[in-house]
Design a protein around this ligand. Structure first.
Ligand SMILES: Nc1nc2c(ncn2[C@@H]2O[C@H](COP(=O)(O)OP(=O)(O)OP(=O)(O)O)[C@@H](O)[C@H]2O)c(=O)[nH]1
Ligand SMILES: [Mg+2]
Length: 455
């Protein structure tokens, strides 16, 4: 479907930069751009994909705006599939504004968010999955999301899912044949065999749904929680890690009463660092609420840094509390060794199999070692993150869950062919939806609403 309007927008971020890229796309892209160049004839004669210097001007006042380079791409060999010009100008916001105004005065319309990619989709230059991948590449603020978007961009699961679709169709055909004809023993055997194949797909899908859930858990950064008894030095460590005095440190036990979090990069990885209220028995209502929140944070953590003071007595109860979180990555930190050696604690923690380090945050003893161990633990978790094979974003997840439901119901109802066939058919439609073979405007709008203008 060809668009009649020619659109324009800056494709690089707003603000000052060395260079900026302005796109013009649509049937009149060449003519409109030519009107905005001092060297109109030269531009007209220049072959496509050939880079040349020009002076951009306002088509009405004729005033020169900037020295630019412009490249023509002829339809359909452009990103949008339309005639397109890419103008590279100096990245001053006023220059960009003036060139855009000139292009608009010459007849282009300002593009809306995602309009270039939407045109690429409508012109068959990319499919829905590629459009989603592009959005993911631009939008990802976390490493795991970027990895998903890159996988999708490279073709992701397409091949697997095409095979899945074929498998579902094959089973559907067999079931439908069964409905038409008399039941015979050998048909029943084929049917049971088919059910096993579908069940194998279910297992794959379930694995992928679980992987996606894990990724969601670290999407906004791996949760690293600093927890432990009161007055152990938790907030002191939090401030060291975030690099400023974000939270109050005080000798009074029970200083931190709430959850305090801050996003940061550790060894290049996104981390959500959380300081918590010290855990102790207390009658104080506010503090008790704070401790509840600490326990919730511990439950949702990927890494627990358990801080405890060397000069406070070892308690079995404390160690049990730490051990109850064994499924997490735990680092025991015995702090304040400037005050006491804390041998018993170090011994008991290490004996219980908890990686333990003795430090003094005050005297800076072993602090660098502590930081590198925390970094290593974060890296270990990121390395262990398994990428999904099929589901790379929330739209895929929704479809994946619905598909799982349909095919598992089909398996449950395998002995009632009409019902099983109905659910298999639904499953095939869901796969078509996944590929974008069938899509509503709503789905397309959802994909494009997250795009920036100029993409
Ligand atoms: N001697 C000594 N004091 C320390 C050390 N680390 C922290 N402190 C002090 O211990 C006190 C408590 O530190 P915080 O960081 O507030 O401890 P916290 O674990 O956050 O305490 P709550 O928020 O009350 O649970 C402060 O006075 C710190 O200066 C250390 O290595 N040695
Ligand atoms: Mg504190």
């Amino acid at each position: 479907m060809a668009e009649s309007e020619t659109i324009t927008a800056v494709a690089t971020p707003q603000g000052k930069s060395a260079l900026a890229v302005i796109r013009v796309s649509g049937p009149d892209a060449f003519e409109i751009t030519a009107c905005c160049l001092q060297e109109k004839i030269l531009f007209d004669k220049t072959p496509t994909r050939y880079v040349r210097l020009y002076l951009a001007k306002n088509p009405i006042s004729k005033r020169t705006i900037d020295q630019i380079t412009a490249i023509k791409y002829c339809a359909p060999r452009s990103f949008t599939g339309e005639d397109t010009v890419e103008i590279i100008c100096h990245g001053g916001p006023l220059i960009v504004k003036e060139i855009l105004a000139a292009l608009q005065q010459a007849g282009a319309r300002s593009a809306v968010a995602g309009e270039f990619t939407r045109r690429a989709l409508l012109n068959g230059k990319i499919d829905l999955m590629k459009a989603e991948a592009i959005r993911g590449l631009i939008e990802s603020t976390s490493e795991v999301n970027l990895r998903c978007a890159q996988k999708l961009y490279r073709g992701g699961a397409a091949l697997d899912l095409v095979q899945w679709r074929e498998e579902l169709i094959e089973q559907l055909v067999k079931i439908e044949a069964q409905i038409e004809f008399e039941e015979e023993d050998n048909i029943i055997a084929v049917k049971e065999d088919g059910k096993k194949k579908i069940e194998a797909l279910m297992i794959q899908l379930k694995g992928d749904i679980e992987k996606t859930e894990k990724i969601r858990g670290i999407e906004y950064g791996l949760r690293v929680v600093i927890a432990g008894p009161v007055n152990a030095g938790k907030s002191t460590l939090f401030n060291i890690l975030v690099g400023h005095n974000r939270t109050i440190v005080h000798k009074e036990p029970g200083t931190t009463r709430d959850i305090i979090n801050e996003g940061l990069l550790i060894h290049g990885h996104d981390v959500e660092l959380i300081d918590t209220a010290g855990i102790r028995d207390t009658e104080q209502e506010v503090e008790r609420e704070g401790i509840e929140r600490s326990r919730d944070a511990i439950k949702n953590a990927a890494i627990i840094i358990w801080m405890t003071a060397a000069d406070e007595r070892y308690s079995d109860k404390e160690l049990q509390e730490v051990l109850s979180q064994r499924d997490k990555s735990i680092l025991g930190v015995i702090n304040k060794i400037d005050k006491s050696e804390g041998r018993e604690k170090i011994f008991k923690f290490a004996k219980a199999g908890i990686e333990t380090i003795a430090v003094s945050l005050k005297k800076k003893t072993n602090v660098n070692l502590l930081l590198s161990i925390i970094g290593k633990k974060i890296e270990e978790i990121y390395e262990r993150v398994e990428m999904p094979h099929l589901l790379f974003n929330t739209r895929h997840e929704e479809i994946g869950r619905a598909l799982f439901k349909e095919i598992s119901t089909a398996c449950d109802e395998w002995k009632r062919p009409e019902i099983a066939a109905y659910h298999l058919r639904n499953g095939i439609s869901l796969l078509d939806e996944y590929f974008g073979k069938i899509h509503s405007d709503e789905v397309i709008n959802r994909i494009f609403e997250g795009f920036c203008i100029g993409k």
